[in-house]
Design a binder for this molecule. Sequence first.
Ligand code: 5GP
Length: 155
Amino acid sequence: RRSSLLRPHGLRVSRDFAPRRFVRHIASSTNEEAAARTAAATADTGGPTIFDKIIAKEIPSSIVYEDEKVLAFRDINPQAPVHVLVIPKLRDGLTGLDKAEPRHAEILGQLLYAAKVVAEKEGVADGFRVVINNGAEGCQSVYHLHVHVLGGRQN
Ligand code: 5GP
């Protein structure tokens, strides 16, 4: 029987990385929802997040890709052999995808394009997944929009 991971940060991904299980496992569990609600209660305030320190390089991260607008770095708690977070360097109100406005369309496209570049750089362009957790009910834990790029495991 395949096992799954329940992460303190809220993104839950099956170890086998099969698409249907992935979607189901990401959806919900009592613990991850509780953790995300706790994070939401304190984090979706527009205040600084840990990602600000990563952008400022005040704390180290393993950077995979960087340009003027976007930073991509390895997740500290990877759920797949390749697990990279792609974030806008300027949050501009995008604590989550639900805050997107028409003026964000360009950066949203740049994030997705960067996800594709990351997948190529990481050698998983033939098979990868892109995930955005949104809000407490979506098990978001860091309130600076980020795209998870996951790949590298085939069953
Ligand atoms: P979320 O649960 O909000 O969708 O994803 C937040 C992600 O940020 C989690 O997967 C978590 O592991 C990652 N994360 C949290 N803090 C850090 C950190 O300090 N460094 C890195 N590289 N990733 C982090």
